[in-house]
Write a new protein. Sequence first.
Length: 238
Amino acid sequence: MRMLLQILLVFGLLVSGNIFASDKYRVSLQVFSLGELVAQPVMVVEEDQTSSGSYSMPGEAQYKFVVLIRPASDDQVWVSMQFSSGKIDLQPNLLVDLNKQTAVTIDKTRLNLLVQKEPDSMSGNHALTGTFWWVEDIAGKGVVDMSHTTIEFTDDGRVVGDTGCNRYSGGVEITENSIAFGALAGTRKMCAPALMDQEQAFFQSMTRVSKWEVAETGLLHLRDIDGAGQFRASKVEQ
C-alpha cells in the first residue's frame, strides 16, 4: 500500500453576522481515494453558513472542500458538500444522524463523515488562554533534537508558534474539552530535510486534532477523534 499522503491542510471559515445565536457543528471527515486515506480534516461549521477549506501538496493539484449544514431535526442534519480537485468532483447531499458515522462511496472515493453538535465556544476564555507550550512529541514520533517547536494560545483567541522550521499563526475554536484549528498561515523558509519532514507532520497532526486535556503531570495532550495522541507538550511559564 502506498504511504499515507502528507497533507498540509488549511481551513478558513466564512461566517456572516447574525443577531441570533446559531448552533455550531464539529465535522470530522475521512477521505479515501483508491482505498488510501488521503485526508482527515476536522472543522467547525455554523448552521446555515458555508465553511470552505483547501489543502495542497507541492507539485500536486489543490483540493477544495465546501460544507453547509442545515438542521433537519433534533438528532439529524442535512450536509451539503463539495470536494473537488483536478480529478475528483463530488457533491453529496446527505441526511445524517448526529454522533453516528456515515459512509458514502462515489466512484472510487469513499467519505466517512461524523457530525457532532459543538458546545458553546470558550475561545478567549478557557484554561488554554495565554499559555505557551513546548512540543515534546508529534504523533508518537518525537521531535528533532534541539528544534524549537511550540504552540501558544494567545489572549485574543488565536494560536501561534513554531514548527521547528517556520513560524505559523491562525484561528482556533476551543470548548471545555474539544478543539479545532482554523486557517493556518506561516513563513516559507527552507530548512534541513529532517525539519521539513517534521513541519509536514506537524501540520498534518494539526488537521487531526479534535480533543484536548491537561494531565495531572501538567502536560498538554492534543488527540484526534479516536483518542490517538497527536501532540504532547510541556508548559513554559512566561
